[in-house]
Design a protein around this ligand. Structure first.
Ligand SMILES: Cc1cc2nc3c(=O)[nH]c(=O)nc-3n(C[C@H](O)[C@H](O)[C@H](O)COP(=O)(O)O)c2cc1C
Length: 231
């Protein structure tokens, strides 16, 4: 699979089953994770692998969290929570070890790096023929769940990645429209005199609304000469 195909087809699995990635595939998944951008080379990533019987421990942690945070949860609710650990043959808790003392690199950047690592893991899993889903929920942010997974108090879980083999076709894709999300910031070269002179570039600029043009090539041709006001 080409990298661009993995990026353009990434999706959450609906249901996952055996087999999980084997040792070789896991090595590639983690090697991909630690290529995430990492301001200050802090290596803030932490990963907890939960596979096979260890999922029982995760299920217990999730159920205990529900019991702590809800008044008298039903037996069914507790069991539902326990069963979440069995959504896939492999669960990886992805966390950021946030170094608050490293003032130059704000905590948010360390969290973002862990998020980028999780995304890379999803893509690597897909490239190797596996499926994945990324979940959090209140338990992900609970100190006792964190401790129960062997994480440190400074570790912030950014997601539980459920990994295995896709058991169902993917859900229909949500809107993948991006043009409405992109604004183009451009400027008038030689501004303000170029604008006053009414150059050829100015004429092209009049059509530029600040939105990404339907014809993307115009970005390269015209917009570098334009001043476009941001909405
Ligand atoms: C940080 C983060 C936490 C998420 N937590 C949950 C979650 O707890 N439950 C859930 O159903 N989806 C969660 N999602 C969303 C799904 O992973 C998924 O991206 C979304 O349902 C869209 O489907 P798609 O990945 O196929 O585009 C989370 C996504 C992110 C980035």
């Amino acid at each position: 699979m080409q990298a661009i195909d993995a990026l353009l087809s990434r999706h959450s699995a609906r249901a996952l089953t055996e087999p999980a990635p084997d040792a070789g595939a896991l090595e590639l998944i983690f090697a991909s994770a630690v290529r995430a951008p990492d301001h200050g080379r802090l290596r803030p990533w932490r990963f907890v692998l939960v596979a096979g019987g260890a999922r029982e421990r995760l299920g217990e942690l999730l159920a205990a969290h529900l019991a702590r945070t809800h008044e008298k949860p039903s037996a069914e609710a507790l069991e539902r929570e326990r069963q979440k650990a069995y959504r896939a043959p492999l669960v990886v808790a992805v966390a950021a070890h946030v170094h608050p003392a490293v003032v130059k690199i704000p905590s948010v950047e360390q969290l973002l790096s862990a998020g980028a690592a999780a995304h890379a893991m999803m893509l690597a899993a897909a490239a190797l023929g596996f499926g994945a889903m990324w979940k959090t929920g209140a338990a992900a942010y609970d100190p006792q769940v964190r401790a129960g997974l062997g994480l440190e108090p400074e570790d912030a879980i950014v997601g539980f990645l459920y990994v295995g083999t896709e058991a169902q076709p993917a859900a229909p894709a949500a809107s993948r429209e991006w043009r409405d999300l992109v604004r183009v910031l451009a400027w008038a070269r030689g501004e303000p005199s170029a604008r006053r002179a009414g150059t050829r570039a100015d004429a092209a600029c009049r059509g530029a609304s600040g939105r990404f043009p339907a014809d993307g090539s115009r970005i390269m041709r015209d917009l570098p000469h334009c001043r476009v006001s941001m909405p």
